[in-house]
Design a protein around this ligand. Structure first.
Ligand code: ADP
Ligand code: ADP
Length: 231
């Protein structure tokens, strides 16, 4: 994993009268799983998108492993950050295998290693490679698409994972399995994970620390699940 430091992070969308994210500072340790919980519209997705450089902050800084993300070239950024979102974000014109192979290929992994990795990732998220490898996203259920989205985020073994309600559309049994896998990844592979959810039970289960956010991502509480449950 790598540390993530947010310093005075701010985003004001053009034409809006107040920032969606206002002056947020947070330090996340290497190998830590931090959960962002808070009401819809409080700026959780905006925060993740800024960390992943999908949108530009209007103020503040983001450092990953001590390096300002604005100094990272696109390849370095893809190598560093895996991103999984609720709407899976799969490319519809690519098969499941092609979607999962995207970043490893971009990083020029040898093709045999890419093929093995695709199988490994499908196994990890509970999809039979023989059955699902060559399907297109439209041939999958919503939950299956999400699992492929998670497989794609993990494929290149990035030190940092950003996950925006990645299990929202998955059935309860698969969700439980994926949560356990995430805990294992964090324990064994020391991923640094920032995870957005509405589900407080999920936050308690997988978080090392939970940031309870109010409007504009103001941090109301930032503590361990134990401490949050006793307050
Ligand atoms: P959350 O993920 O916590 O639900 P978001 O980060 O999606 O919150 O949104 C935070 C605020 O920013 C909301 O008020 C939302 O309407 C606004 N917002 C999000 N995306 C845009 C955008 N592209 N343009 C303008 N306003 C936006
Ligand atoms: P869910 O209730 O999870 O949304 P669906 O009803 O969409 O599931 O799909 C049920 C099963 O049918 C899933 O295993 C899915 O992979 C399969 N399926 C759905 N659409 C197609 C399709 N167009 N081609 C092949 N298999 C499909």
């Amino acid at each position: 994993g790598a540390t993530i430091e947010l310093e005075g992070l701010t985003k004001r969308y053009p034409g809006s009268d107040r920032p969606a994210v206002d002056n947020v500072s947070m330090e996340i340790a290497a190998g830590e799983t931090v959960i962002l919980v808070g009401p819809s519209g409080c700026g959780k997705s905006t925060t993740l998108k800024m960390i992943n450089r999908l949108i530009e902050p209007t103020g503040g800084r983001i450092r990953i492993g001590g390096e300002d993300v604005t100094d990272m070239d696109p390849v370095k950024l893809r190598r560093t950050i895996g991103y999984a979102i609720q709407a899976s974000g799969l490319f519809p014109h690519m098969t499941v295998a092609q979607n999962i192979a995207l970043v490893p290929k971009m990083l020029r992994w040898p093709s045999a290693r890419v093929r093995d990795r695709v199988e490994e990732m499908l196994d990890l998220v509970g999809l039979d490679p023989g059955e699902f490898r060559d399907r297109y996203p439209r041939q999958l259920s919503g939950g299956q698409q999400q699992r492929v989205g998670v497989a794609r985020a993990l494929a290149a073994d990035p030190p940092v994972l950003l996950m925006d309600e990645p299990f929202g559309a998955v059935d309860p049994i698969t969700r439980d399995h994926l949560q356990d896998e995430l805990i294992r990844l964090q324990r064994e592979l020391h991923k640094t994970i920032v995870f957005v959810t509405h589900d407080f039970d999920e936050a308690i289960k997988i978080g090392d620390r939970i940031a309870v956010l109010r409007e504009q991502s103001h941090i109301a509480q930032f503590d361990t699940p134990e401490a949050i449950l006793t307050n």
